[in-house]
Design a protein around this ligand. Structure first.
Ligand code: OSB
Ligand code: MG
Length: 368
């Protein structure tokens, strides 16, 4: 496929809900998009970095500069046999995996559309629908937590994940477990604890959680391994796995028994598949995380989730939960906790150019 031109867009969408996590409150999403134009087809990807480096170290401003000045000049006007060759052309630049993933993921979509094949099929996936759960932000109190869980359990989500932070952990988990003894329940701390909190975290062992997601520092593996030895509940790594090597070392250390794969966090689909394969070799299940993406990023996530070791429900819940209006034309709605894989070539979804044009705060075209 040939990369003839690229478009960079930044759109903003208000969230339907207030999303509170251990690192703050979010009420809108700033969404960077990259469109790569080939011969009569285009590939689209979404950046999952945010304005501020809260989740990991990357930022939207940094990614835009890097794309303009370094990544796009290396690929514009060139032809590549496949997305991995394009990724190689980005050289051995360090870090910045989310920025790099924008290029790599758009290239996968472009290539799959060139070949007329669904992205998931090209990655080696087989499912026609994937199991999904939901990630629920911190609520004002126990009653509100039980209520919002009830709504999502009734909608059929196959796993409920509660955000926790020090001072708000055992209380919501106990309340939800008492109300719903049989649901698949997990928690996500987004790195809010340290090893000194091991006693507090051990109290969570009483509630039959499937895993505790990223309790310790975003760049730590060793302390997670120590914590894992002190708890019965498995740990799930999110922030701390930025590569297949991190996954191998984390699993070898016993830092986690489960991995949340976010395709952009690890630098794209090829690296995500390597993380998937390594986890499979260790007998560890993976699931597909999310970053409150628009339909563009969510479609990529759904296709990736069709690989066989995605054995636990992902975070890609229905688009209508997040937005009044999505950036794509197709609805991405789960039915009884099953999210259909959008059919057709590539990601199977179409950017709503008119709507994106209306809400874009930046739109630029790059060509050689
Ligand atoms: O830790 O998984 C996380 C959202 C933004 C940043 C980090 C995380 C999340 C979520 C939301 O949990 C998942 C989603 O609904 O997309
Ligand atoms: Mg997480």
């Amino acid at each position: 496929f040939k990369v003839e031109a690229a478009e960079l867009i930044v759109a903003r969408l208000p969230l339907k809900f207030r999303f509170e996590t251990s690192f703050g409150v979010q009420t809108e999403k700033v969404i960077p998009l990259l469109i790569l134009h080939g011969d009569g087809v285009q590939g689209v990807a979404e950046g999952t970095m945010e304005r501020a480096p809260m989740y990991r170290e990357e930022t939207i401003t940094g990614a835009l500069g890097l794309l303009r000045e370094v990544f796009l000049p290396r690929i514009l006007g060139r032809s590549f046999p496949n997305p991995e060759a394009l990724n190689d052309a980005l050289g051995s630049f360090r870090g910045n995996r989310m920025a790099r993933a924008m290029v790599e993921m758009a290239a996968w979509d472009l290539w799959a559309r060139t070949l007329g094949v669904p992205l998931g099929t090209l990655l080696g996936g087989r499912k026609e629908a994937v199991e999904v759960g939901v990630s629920l932000g911190i609520q004002p109190d126990e009653a509100a937590t039980v209520e919002i869980v009830r709504r999502h359990v009734e909608e059929g989500y196959r796993r409920i994940k509660l955000k926790i932070k020090p001072g708000w952990d055992v209380q919501p988990v106990r309340a939800v477990r008492e109300a719903f003894p049989d649901i698949r329940l997990t928690v996500d701390a987004n790195s809010a604890y340290t090893l000194a909190d091991a006693g507090r975290l051990r109290a969570l062992d009483d509630f039959d959680l499937t895993y505790i997601e990223q309790p310790l520092a975003w760049d730590d593996l060793l302390d997670h391994a120590e914590l894992a030895r002190r708890l019965r509940t498995p740990l799930c790594l999110d922030e701390s796995v930025a590569s297949a090597r991190d996954a191998r070392q984390g699993l070898a250390l016993g830092a986690g028994g489960v991995i949340n794969i976010k395709v952009a966090r690890v630098g794209g689909h090829a690296e995500a598949r390597r993380v998937h394969d390594i986890a499979e070799a260790f007998g560890a299940p993976v699931w597909c995380g999310g970053m409150l993406e628009s339909g563009v990023g969510r479609a990529h996530n759904i296709h990736l989730s069709t690989l066989p070791n995605f054995r636990l429900p992902g975070d890609t819940s229905s688009a209508s939960r997040y937005w009044e209006r999505d950036l794509i034309e197709e609805p991405l709605e789960a039915e009884s906790g099953l999210m259909p894989v959008p059919p057709g070539p590539g990601t199977g979804v179409t950017l709503d150019r008119a709507f994106v044009g209306e809400i874009a705060e930046l739109q630029e075209e790059h060509r050689v």
